[in-house]
Design a protein around this ligand. Structure first.
Ligand code: NAP
Ligand code: L37
Length: 322
């Protein structure tokens, strides 16, 4: 008797209701990104057959030599090669001046064989750099990171059809779609308001008709806000900050965070964790993305998608000029 009562107490504390006492359904970004990459490979092959050897072109411009950027760029180059995208990595030294970075961007803007250009952030520079000036110098029709004011402005107004959507939030939307949970009318909470994650995520959820709350470092009572979310997207850069106990039972939880914690059991001496405390969230969420293997691989896949889309738009423009 006692043990049954204590079990039911423990379960109710963990947030389980009579109808649902299982763990969250894991939404795999690794699997979903593989499907996207296979679809894109087919699309590129069709383009190549139809337009005599044509390939989409992508440039990844890096300033300096950050270990994390090196890792992400190598994933992007590998994905591009598999799909048939002609990708080039331009690495400028951290001693490069802002003028040199801008010159590089403008040279790529002029190159008709390149359909997508990203400047991998954050810049690892010895000089003070105006990052917004650099991302705004990328031609808006090659801005496959969607970070220029033109693309960000279109997204914020809901003109989604002819803009480039930033890769990480676009990947999050794809993962939400995978759950089968409809966004319209739901209460969505986004933690973070950066140009690359939080702000475009808020815009996407809003224009898919969610009611959106955006939280940031000055938000009061974050657990209370999180508890109202049917859909929660976290991009705060704070290891395991969101606790499972904060969540609404059954919520869709998308974790963008990539953080490193010391771990002596690993050869590298560290392990990767998200911004959500996975074990406790797993007890309460309906759907949950893992880290690694969640949003990260989707970011790479969405960059490929934007590059292929840009190349398709380029071909359409060239045909209409004929
Ligand atoms: P960021 O530019 O540092 O922005 C972090 C945001 O979180 C800011 O808006 C900040 O608020 C807010 N924030 C920080 N601490 C908070 C707290 N205690 N409570 C509530 N809000 C808080 O970072 P980011 O570039 O957006 O990246 C966010 C995370 O996503 C990082 O872990 C990053 O590594 C990861 N990321 C992952 C991918 C991927 O592909 N998986 C891609 C990009 C980034 P303020 O605006 O008030 O400062
Ligand atoms: N498009 N993406 C674009 N532009 C930028 O300027 N910074 C930035 C950006 N971010 C980015 O590339 N992020 C990113 C993060 C994680 C991965 C890929 C890209 C990724 O593949 N992560 C793996 C492995 C994580 C790890 O071991 O550190 C994952 O499974 O999450």
């Amino acid at each position: 008797m006692f043990s049954l009562a204590s079990r039911s107490l423990r379960l109710s504390v963990a947030g389980c209701q009579a109808s649902r006492c299982s763990l969250a359904t894991v939404i795999s970004g690794s699997k979903t990104s593989k499907l996207v990459r296979e679809r894109l490979k087919n699309d590129v092959e069709k383009m190549r057959n139809q337009f005599s050897g044509f390939r989409p072109g992508l440039v990844v411009l890096q300033v300096g030599d950050r270990d994390d950027s090196n890792l992400y760029i190598s994933s992007k180059l590998k994905a591009a090669a598999e799909i048939g995208i002609e990708a080039k990595h331009i690495r400028l030294p951290s001693s490069a001046t802002q003028e040199e970075v801008l010159q590089s961007v403008m040279a790529v803007n002029q190159n008709p064989a390149v359909h997508g250009l990203i400047v991998q952030l954050p810049l690892d520079s010895a000089h003070k750099m105006d990052t917004d000036l650099i991302t705004n110098t990328v031609s808006s029709d090659k801005d496959v990171d969607g970070l220029s004011c033109i693309n960000a402005g279109k997204l914020s107004r809901g003109d989604l059809s002819d803009c480039f959507i930033p890769c990480t939030p676009n990947g999050c939307m794809e993962l939400i779609r995978q759950t089968g949970v409809s966004v319209a009318g739901k209460h969505a909470v986004v933690i973070g308001r950066s140009k690359i994650v939080g702000a475009p995520m808020r815009d996407l959820l809003l224009w898919r008709h969610a009611t959106v709350t955006t939280c940031h470092s000055k938000t009061q009572d974050l657990p209370e806000q999180v508890g109202r979310a049917d859909i929660l997207v976290v991009g705060a850069g704070r290891a395991e900050m969101v606790r499972g106990e904060w969540l609404k039972v059954g919520a869709v939880v998308i974790d963008c965070g990539i953080n490193h914690l010391p771990d002596e059991t690993k050869a590298s001496g560290k392990r990767v964790v998200g911004d959500v405390h996975y074990a406790s969230a797993n007890q309460r969420a309906g759907f949950l993305t893992p880290v690694p293997g969640g949003v990260g691989p989707m970011t790479v896949a969405m960059l490929m998608e934007n590059t292929v889309q840009s190349a398709q738009r380029f071909l359409l423009r060239s045909q209409s000029l004929r």
